[in-house]
Write a protein that binds this ligand. Sequence first.
Ligand code: ZN
Length: 447
Amino acid sequence: MPTFVGKNKKEIFGKIRDRVEAKLQGWKMGLFSQVGKEILIKAVVQALPCYVMSCFRISKGINHEIESMIARFWWGVNSKKHKIHWGSWEKMCKLKENGGMGFRALEDFNQALLAKQGWKIMTNHDCLLARVMKALYFPNNNFLEAKLGHFSSNIWRGILWGRELLLKGYHWVIGNGQSVRINEDPWIPRGAPFTLRTKKVEEIASWFHKEDIPWVLGITPSRERDDTIGWSLTPSGHYTVASGYKLRFRDPNIAECSVNSANRAWWKVVWGSRLTPKMKIFIWRVFHNWIPVKTELNKRGMSMDNTCNRCKSHVEDVCHALWNCPNLHKVWKHFGYLHLFPSSLRQAPNFLMVMKGKLSKEEFMFFIGITWLIWYRRNKCIFQNKDIEDKIWIPWAMEMMELHLATDQAHPYQKHSKDTVRWSPPLPGTFIINTDASLIDGQPGCG
Ligand SMILES: [Zn+2]
């Protein structure tokens, strides 16, 4: 990475984009499932620009280009074959518990990384970075008051941009009180359970708003200790990039509305369950109506007949394709779910939420697993013209579920082996020597 980024920053930041592009093109899209792609994106692609991002503010344009490349990779779009971007990048950047895929919004992550540099300057005045920046940009005041000068470097511009994030979450921890301005600075630590520790309540009551008084009284000042800076979003009071990044979700444009407490509980169950990663991503797509049933394809501009291929009498929306098609009744009845299906709901998220409310955790996992298998059966029928009779498919599906969602109960074989392999003490007056040996085929010796 260059230490000096001047007017050619567009070219230098463009190199990051090129590296991401080269990495993505090096992977054959068709080889990876979305489960594999999620890991590659999070562990490799999004880590590529991190180092540069922790020093400089990357332009919106470059961030956007990188995010578009990642989105194309995720949805399997390349130049030869058209595929649909089912969900916006913004939605995929939501936290997993809020219905997203937890991908990084690069601009916000960039700011959280630069805030870390600002945090160092704020809290460790002796470090080299703090000393250099103070000498150059704020020799006569402190970091919080420092301004952008006419000849500021890109590094300093980036740090001041990171400071904007710190201003949303820092507070003063009162020591001797000399650094803190009573009206301007954030120093009342609301949120912690403070108790009354002074007798001069009447005096304080005349200075502060009555709701602030308990907080003020809870502070224990100390003449021996300087005022220090704390971070309100971590238990330790120290800034972390992850906590800075999470501030983005407080933005009312990004934060979810009130319905989401139920949604959040739902996602926690799904992501934390024993479902396989493929099933989890599948149900994530179902929840958002992001699977290629005919009505959804039509909505996205692919003009086609909406009729279900199996029953040839209803429109194929998500609920129909997975649960409501009359041709699936026998399957769902066999597994004991049909009578629980809500008859009036036509939206997948509502359907899933209702089913979640009616089923135990285990039953719900099984229900999602069978839904996943039905989807693959439907695709095989449409694209390979292969359909399997219910009487063969049902036992097979049962076996698949047992394989994928194996419970914690010990396997019969393991139970058996546990009973037979058991050490017992030797009889009185006799000795037992336990030994072990291994041989390597084709090589002399043993060990
Ligand atoms: Zn149908």
